[in-house]
Structure formats: C-alpha cells, structure tokens
Design a protein. Structure first.
Length: 98
C-alpha cells in the first residue's frame, strides 16, 4: 500500500518555516514592500530604504523629505491600505516613518 505524497505550494512551505523559525514579521514586511513597489512609481519607490515590521509597528525609512512628509500626512490612509494588503488588521497597529 503506497501513501500519497502531500503536496505543498511554495508559499505554504515558506509560511510554515517562517512560523517555526520566527520570522513571520519579515515576510509581512516583504508583502508590504511588494505592494509599495506596485503602488508607487519607480523613482518614488527608490526613495524607500527599508520596510520593517517589529512588534506590530511598521517602520518605513524614507530618504526623500517630500515623500516622508506625504506618508506622514496620509498616515491613516496608508495604515489602512497596509492592513488590507496583509488581510489582517491585528498585524499592524501603528506606522512609523523615519
């Protein structure tokens, strides 16, 4: 009697490993970075240095003072957008723009 081999999608395996080794936040930050890459133009996206998620606070480090100000002015809009991207509002409680 042969057993069926369980098939996984690569995203399921990656999420499983992230849960085991504790880097789920980094995967969520990559999802947000991908969203920003699609949402912003290439020149604006190049101004974003880092995207990190630590203790339910999304930290964006931005080079351009104008883009930084735009994100600060529309903080609640972007926070809501990022929560929609992750499909879970409890993952991000605040947005910090540096």
């Amino acid at each position: 009697m042969s057993r069926k081999k369980r098939e996984f999608q690569s995203s399921e395996l990656l999420n499983s490993f992230a849960r085991i080794y504790g880097f789920e936040d980094k995967l969520k930050a990559f999802e947000i970075k991908d969203f920003l890459q699609n949402y912003l133009s290439d020149t604006l996206f190049s101004e974003i240095e880092t995207v990190n998620l630590k203790e339910k606070v999304l930290v964006l480090r931005i080079k351009s003072p104008l883009l930084k100000n735009d994100f600060r002015m529309r903080k609640s809009f972007f926070l809501k957008k990022f929560q929609e991207v992750l499909k879970d509002e409890s993952l991000i409680n605040d947005l910090l723009i540096l």
